[in-house]
Design a protein around this ligand. Structure first.
Ligand code: 4AD
Ligand code: MG
Length: 430
């Protein structure tokens, strides 16, 4: 008899099945024992009735400990009150591997303890639900771009260039030369946009952020589209369509997980077009009306972002930042060259910037002078300048941090729970 995954049991009502999993929890009431087992696909309430099983089975169910491996044979019964709508009338209960003193008990644990046991914490229902949502978000991202004829261009992780400033680079030795872990795939996508028109990359990126905040990881996953001949208006539309799609997919296909996480889904249901679009100058004025001292040239920190976001019920797109606080590659606004055609999308509810993007400078001379002004080594950017030497074209793109997006959708306050193995300041274990 082959084993059945818990999520498929509804199709096996009345049948005798074998289920492999781990003991999640159990309760006893006299002649009945109710072990709850999980197999990664769901949770199954088992019913062990003393009169119906042999002594070995009764004792095994009694002695089994949290997170022991179990193999259960029994009959599937419909039970609307049980998780998944079914329960298993147990006939045989085996424990192939007994877990002794599993460290994470249902009681409260401190964050440091849980982080030290991240490899086990993944089994907990909340972490399990968050990472299932992440899985859906990642699939939705790939579907969104695939369906729109974007070509996936896997960008390198070992790079010779700084894409997003030199202060957050992880440096490594590359056979006697300096190399850096990629901060962004963007520089590699722009040439690929000339080859394919619409491209995206999706992979791990690295920033040595020396600040300890709930919104920063040292290693995070970023998805970055880049589109030839797309200008700034089109970029804002793309970012908006993208976020609406991704949030919609999570809502539709992860309703169980969001329920488990007690997420207020009404906050996600209103994520529809159009998103408010304001300029950086509007944002400064808005902050002033909220009593925040702000002037042209200031960069927004997490607190300012939250104050701005709280003025809207859905993500807000802020555009036209001062050139001096943004990356070297951003196209100046023809109407006001002191600002650039860059955008940040700020999520509601204090989740901060989820997207950063811009139209790119496509004029060779201007880009070259910006590289120099930013004190970047021109030689390392010669290949990148080729995009402007050979058939230059206006183009735009953005990057979205997956963990920020998943934290927002799932409603978890800290990014460390939105990635399986977070890399944080002073933590690379486990
Ligand atoms: O705004 P950023 O730095 O933009 C870029 O890297 C561009 N090259 C993207 C592009 O235009 N192709 O980063 C983009 C996004 C942020 O909005 C945020 O969601 C996320 O990446 N991010 C981080 N997420 C977690 N931890 C960090 N330390 C992050 N830094 C950025
Ligand atoms: Mg940014």
């Amino acid at each position: 008899m082959s084993t059945v995954r818990i999520k498929d049991l509804l199709q096996h009502i009345g049948e005798r099945v074998t289920v492999d999993g781990w003991l999640y929890n159990k309760r006893t009431s006299g002649k009945l024992q109710f072990p709850i087992i999980r197999d990664g696909s769901g949770y199954l309430q088992c019913v062990v009735f003393k009169k119906e099983v042999d002594e070995a089975t009764w004792n095994a169910a009694g002695e089994v400990t949290q997170e022991s491996t179990v193999r259960v044979i029994g009959t599937v019964r419909a039970e609307s009150r049980a998780p998944g709508g079914v329960e298993l009338g147990v006939e045989s209960f085996q424990v192939p591997s007994l877990a002794r003193d599993y460290p994470i008990s249902p009681k409260e644990h401190g964050t440091d303890f849980l982080m030290n046991h991240r490899h086990l914490w993944l089994r907990s229902s909340k972490q399990h639900a968050i990472l299932r949502v992440r899985n859906e978000v990642e699939k939705a991202i790939r579907d969104f771009f695939y369906d729109r004829d974007f070509v996936l261009i896997d960008s390198p992780i070992l790079t010779a260039n700084a894409a997003e400033g030199t202060s957050t680079l992880f440096e490594t030795d590359y056979f006697g030369e300096k190399a850096y872990l990629s901060q962004s795939g963007q520089l590699y996508l722009e040439p690929a946009a000339a080859a394919f028109g619409r491209v995206y990359c999706f992979g791990p990126t690295f920033r040595a952020e020396k600040s300890k905040t709930r919104r920063h990881l040292m290693e995070f996953w970023m998805v970055e589209p880049e589109v030839a001949f797309m200008e700034f208006e089109g970029l804002q539309d793309l970012a908006e369509d993208f976020v609406v799609y991704v949030v919609g997919r999570a809502r539709e296909r992860c309703s169980e997980e969001l329920k488990m996480l007690e997420r207020d889904v009404s906050k996600l249901e209103i994520v529809s077009k159009p998103f408010p679009r304001i300029t950086y100058r509007d944002a400064i004025e808005l902050l002033k009306t909220k009593g925040v001292e702000a002037k042209f040239g200031d960069d927004f920190g997490g607190d300012e972002e939250t104050i701005i976001a709280n003025s809207f019920d859905r993500p807000v797109m802020i555009s036209r930042y001062p050139a001096e606080i943004k990356a070297f590659y951003m196209q100046p606004d023809p109407a006001d060259p002191s600002v650039v055609l860059g955008l940040d999308m700020i999520a509601p509810e204090g989740y901060g910037e989820i997207i950063g993007g811009s139209q790119r400078i496509h004029d060779y001379d201007l880009l070259k002078s910006r590289i120099e002004q930013h004190g970047l080594p021109l030689a390392a950017f010669e290949w990148y300048l080729d995009v402007r030497r050979y058939g230059s074209f206006p183009h735009s793109g953005f990057g979205m941090g997956i963990e920020r997006c998943v934290a927002w959708i799932t409603g978890v306050p800290h990014l460390r729970e939105a990635i399986p193995y977070p890399r944080m300041l002073n933590r690379i274990y486990p």
